[in-house]
Each structure stands twice: as C-alpha cells, then as structure tokens.
Design a protein around this ligand. Structure first.
Ligand code: PTT
Ligand code: SF4
Length: 611
C-alpha cells in the first residue's frame, strides 16, 4: 500500500500501552483517510451509548493520503470523537506540525482510549512511545505548555495540547497547536481532558511512502506556483478570511446581538481593512504558502492570530466593536483552549438572558470587562459559568422560560458566524452538517446570495449536496486545507493528480464522490445509532429565532425570516436526493449501495430502516 503508512497507533492510557496496528488496503480505498478513518473507527469500535467523557470513548487524530507530503496546504489533521457537546459524531480540522510528523513517524492515525491515572503527555518519536508525567503542566495555558514541551523535546516537534477549558471538561473545549491553530469544536478538548492527556508531542524522521515520488515533487512545486499565480492570492495574503466581515455586513448575515440582526453598526471597526491597519505579520499551518493567520497586537499588546469566525462571534455577536479588545478575547480563548465560535455564541446567549431579566447576573452587550470575568467563570465552572460551560443547548434547558427559541445551535453545536434569516440553503447546510451547525461541510452562502436568497428550490439542494461532498467529504478525507480550492479557485484536478502520485491509484472524481457519500452516510448512521428512538427530523431544523423573529435593525434585509414550511420542503428534497427517509435516516438500499450493508443491519436493529 503506497500513499498510506498502513498503520494506526493505538494508545490505551489506562494501561500505558501503545500498539501499532496495520490496517487493510480496503479501508484506505473505501474511506481514504482523516474523517473517513475516524468515522469508521468510531462506528466499529465504540459501544453505542458510551459516555463521551468516559475512558471508553476514543479520541482520534487522523491524517489522509495527502497529509504531510510537501505539497500545498498539507499540514492538517482531523481530531474526532463522540462529542460531549452534541452526543453525536464530532470532529475538527487543525493545522499543525503534529500532522506532518505523525505521517513521518509511520502512522496514519493515533487512536487514544482509556484514562491516565494522573496527567500525562504522550511522546511519540518514530516507533518509540512514552507516557510522561505531566502533573506540573496541568493548569497551564496552551501557549505555555507548548513552549515548555518544545524546550524539553525539540523546537520543531509537532504538539497538540489542551488548556484549562479541556481539563475542566468545558464541552466546547478544543485542541490547540502553534499558538492559534485550534480544532475540534464539539468538545474534542474536553474528551482529551477527560483522559488526563495534556498534550501529544510527535517527532517523525521517516519518509512517507509514495507511489511516484519524482512526479510528486514536480507536482508539488507546480502546485505552489499555481497557488501564487491565482488572481485572488494577493488580497488573500492581506486579509485571509477577515474580508468576510465586510461581506457579511453588506449582505446582512453578520451575526449580531445573538443572531437578532445581520448588521452591526460598528462592523467597520472590526473588519478586514481595520485589521490591516494594525496587522504585524502572517502566520499559518505547515507547508502552506497562503498563510492566512493575520497577526495583530491585541489590547494587551500581545500578538494574536485572527480569523473571520472569531471576530464575528467575539465581536458583533456580543456587541463588541473594538478590534483590539476582540483580539484579546480571541487570545484568551486560544490560551484557555475554548472554541471561539461556541464561546461567542454562549456569551451572546447570556447577554440576551441578562437583558431579558432571566438571570440575576448583569452582563451588558459589548462590556469587555464583564465578558473577561465571565470567561474566567466558564473555564473554572463557577456560578453562571458552570451553566454556560455545557453549551448553549444545555444552558437554555437550565434557564428555561422560552430561551430555547433563541439558543442558537443545531444538534447541540453552536451555530457558526452566518445569520441565516434570509439564507435558506445556508440554513440547510447548517441543518444537515455532519457535526451540528458548522460551515465546514458546506459554505453555500456566497453562491446563494448570487443565485437568489428568497427561493427554496431543488437546485439549491443539489448545489448544497455537491458542496458537502467536496468540503465535508473529500477535503476532510484527503486531510489537506480546502482554502486553495474554495478561496482561490484551485481546480480539483490538482488533487486527483496528487492522489495518483501519492497512492498510484487513478481515482476519478465520481469515485471520490462515492467515498464522500459513504463517509457522510456513515456519520449520519452514527448519529442515529447514538440517538436511537430519540432521533427526529427536527434535529435538522435551525432554531425558532430564524423563523419567528424577523431580522431586526437596519440593513438591506430588515424584516426577513425563514419560512418553516418551505424549509421543511427543502429538507424533504434533500433527504430524497440522498436516499434517506423522511426522518433523515439513510435507507437500507442507500447504505448497501455504499458498501455499508453490515452497518445497515446494525442500525436496523435500533431504528427500523426503510428498504
Ligand atoms: C474551525 C473553526 C473555525 S473555522 C474558526 S475560524 W475559520 C475558529 N478558529 C478558532 C481559533 O482560531 N481559536 C479558537 N480557540 N477556536 C477557534 N474556533 C473556530 O474553529 C483554520 C482554518 C479555517 S479558519 C478554516 S474556516 C478552514 N477550515 C478547514 C476545515 O475545516 N477543513 C479543511 N480541510 N481545511 C480547512 N481550512 C481552514 O482552516 P474546527 P486551524 Mg480549525 C485561532 O477547527 O473544529 O474544524 O473549527 O484549524 O488550523 O485553526 O485552521 O474562518
Ligand atoms: Fe492553514 Fe490558512 Fe494555509 Fe489553510 S490557507 S493551510 S488555514 S494557513
């Protein structure tokens, strides 16, 4: 098998045991890597109903056949687990040298189970694996941990770590790397914390086995040059994802005051051009020449890397219009190991609850000092912070009084930074995303705004399904960054050529789409297996606010709202085109066609499947 190492490293923290396990070529050909491997491992090895924060849960760090090879944007890995936030499948995609060195150390994935008796660091150096006491690191922020581990092992080691949020099992804690790369929105950091695993340090010195190494070398060089030649490259280097602030404002989709408005009167202060005025440098993931991390000095003078999502959720969504202060909140989130999107979402929820008099705490919109204090309470689970630490769905259940209508989540995952009062296809993208309300699987909103935002037709559903196959399927399985493709327009053909040079297999786009369908269907099956009789199509429907409370404040779309009946019709069309039933469950025949007949049989015994 070329292109893959053909080996998973299985770690049992309870027994301090490490086993290298070879896997079959058929797994690689059917699931490719990254998210595909993670979904299959979770399906095959996780007992239904496993408590996500118990030692039995698996925490998977998975790469794909293109990861780590010196080709554009290949320093990424998928971190996945059963999510403590949603109770379903959860994952994230993180840029880190750990991805590159995992492949060079001879593994395609590291699968962690069990729980160490006391905090440990896992050190993987090629075939040598050590469980190192980490009591003195417990409690430290992610930057400090990484610094100490680099000093101890090697400045160039790949490191993923958690901060106090993960240690204290905050359900939207992420895994962090390289001072500002964070992944695993649905609580992968909490799963790591529940295992007493503070960090993984990876060093690898081997060669990734390639089918055609010379061809790959040439292709990679050409690929880097092609990225540089793309017309959008210059502006991308200047602003990265930050220009989305202005775009979202213009189109009334900028989440503002807990998604009440799509328009923020201080948006200009926190947008891409404001950022450029205080930008000091670019940072990025390994092996990338697009380096989209915009580094600015925050209000405390500390370098901080900014992205659109962070700024929208910790800025407009909580009514904060000072970019340096927003950057400070972003920095605190990175250091403590929170997901910024969910953090901004629960903060917005708390502010609204305070404004409505539903809680006794006073947290004003945009009040920087109160927000900082509340973040401290969330990470150490004090008072209101303890309620918010379990995510917005759980917080609304605790607070009650109708607050679930404006608790902005789908399947328990807080919605990321696009208001969909007037974007039905994007709302459906959130509704059907494989981890809950995240834009990773499909970002159809720019297309939809051009295509016409008040229609709910089958063409939109087709476009969404196609987008999900590429973004949520292909890129998560190849496990490379999708930005060259979706932000600069790098053609998918490049990836077919890379794959051939890496694996020797001539995959067609149709075959890759089939693999993506398989992965996404298996993930849906995983959710249904976990939820059992409690699975309902309503879980694919966004919160009441977008249907019942029209967009407030100025902006072109004041008064707009989603239409519930029409959304439901689109959802039914989506299910039909996917071969799923009216409950949103893949039919037996659909799963069988995707080589998932055994999985279908198992699922059938839990919820009767349609033929
Ligand atoms: C991703 C989500 C995003 S999506 C952002 S900004 W984005 C937030 N970033 C956070 C952060 O930073 N710090 C923090 N403490 N929490 C954060 N939570 C949020 O996490 C990220 C880039 C970005 S920036 C995006 S869109 C693309 N995402 C990709 C993806 O999902 N798959 C893929 N194959 N390529 C991608 N390329 C881009 O990577 P999650 P990163 Mg991220 C500071 O983790 O869980 O997937 O959620 O990984 O290395 O930081 O790169 O406007
Ligand atoms: Fe990382 Fe940005 Fe480069 Fe993608 S484009 S690999 S997110 S630095």
């Amino acid at each position: 098998m070329l292109g893959w190492n053909g080996t998973f490293l299985n770690i049992d923290l309870s027994k301090s045991k490490a086993d290298a396990e070879p896997f079959d070529e058929s797994l690689a050909l059917n699931f490719l890597g990254g998210r595909g491997f993670a979904a299959k491992i979770l399906w095959d090895t996780l007992k239904r109903g496993t408590d996500p924060l118990s030692p039995e849960n698996k925490l998977i760090f998975a790469t794909g056949p293109l990861t780590g090879i010196g080709l554009p944007n290949s320093g990424k890995l998928v971190v996945a687990s059963k999510s403590p936030l949603t109770g379903g499948y959860g994952d994230g995609n993180i840029g880190t040298w750990a991805a590159v060195y995992m492949r060079k150390a001879g593994y395609d994935a590291i699968v962690v189970e069990g729980k160490a008796q006391s905090p440990v660091v896992l050190h993987v150096k090629d075939k040598n694996v050590q469980f190192v006491d980490a009591k003195e690191l417990w409690g430290l922020g992610t930057f400090e941990v990484e610094e100490q581990l680099k000093n101890r092992y090697s400045r160039s080691a790949g490191i993923v770590a958690i901060g106090p949020a993960g240690e204290n099992l905050v359900k939207f804690a992420t895994v962090v790397s390289q001072e500002g790369r964070a992944g695993g929105r649905p609580g992968m950091g909490a799963v790591m914390g529940s295992k007493n695993l503070k960090a993984i340090v990876i060093e690898g010195t081997g060669q990734i086995p390639l089918a055609y190494p010379d061809e790959m070398k040439k292709l990679a060089g050409d690929g880097y040059r092609e990225v540089l030649a793309k017309p959008l490259y210059g502006f991308w280097k200047r602003q990265g994802t930050m220009s989305t602030v202005e775009w979202s404002q213009e189109n009334s989709v900028l989440p503002t005051f807990n998604y009440r408005q799509g328009f923020f009167d201080k948006a200009e202060n926190i947008g891409g051009f404001a950022m450029e005025k205080i930008k000091v440098s670019n940072r990025g993931c390994p092996q990338c020449n697009m380096t989209c991390g915009n580094v600015v000095k925050n209000s405390e003078g500390v370098d901080t890397e900014l992205d659109y999502e962070n700024i929208a959720m910790l800025g407009s969504n909580i009514g904060l219009g000072n970019l340096e202060q927003v950057s400070t909140l972003n920095h605190i989130a990175d250091e403590l190991g929170f997901d910024t999107i969910s953090l901004g979402n629960v903060l917005g929820f708390a502010m609204e609850a305070s404004e409505r008099g539903l809680i006794s705490e006073n947290i004003g919109w945009g009040n920087f000092e109160q927000v900082k204090a509340l973040i401290g309470d969330i990470v150490y689970r004090r008072g209101l912070g303890a309620v918010l630490a379990d995510g917005v769905r759980a917080a609304a259940e605790t607070i009650g009084k109708g607050s679930s209508d404006w608790a902005m989540h789908i399947k328990g995952l807080e919605i990321s930074a696009y208001d969909c009062h007037a974007a039905p296809a994007m709302a459906l993208a959130y509704g059907t995303s494989s981890i809950g309300a995240h834009h990773k699987d499909a970002w159809v909103i720019t297309w939809e705004i051009k295509a016409g935002r008040d229609t709910y037709d089958g063409g939109k559903v087709d476009h969404l399904i196609g987008n999900q196959l590429v973004r949520g399927g292909l890129f998560e399985a190849l496990t490379v960054c999708r930005f060259p493709y979706n932000s600069l327009g790098l053609e998918l053909d490049w990836y077919l050529k890379y794959l051939r040079a890496a694996t020797g297999v001539e995959f067609s786009l149709e075959q890759l789409n089939q693999i993506s369908e398989r992965i996404l269907a298996l993930i849906r099956a995983f959710w249904v297996r976990e939820y059992g009789k409690d699975w309902r199509r309503e879980r694919d429907i966004p919160p009441t606010r977008w249907f019942k409370e029209p967009l407030a404040a100025d902006g072109a779309l004041k008064g707009a709202a989603l239409d519930y009946e029409k959304y439901n019709m689109m959802l039914s069309a989506y299910y039909m085109k996917k071969g799923w039933d009216e409950r949103g469950i893949p039919k037996k025949s659909t799963l069988s066609k995707l080589n998932l007949a055994e999985e279908a049989q198992q699922l059938d015994s839990i919820v009767k499947l349609e033929e």
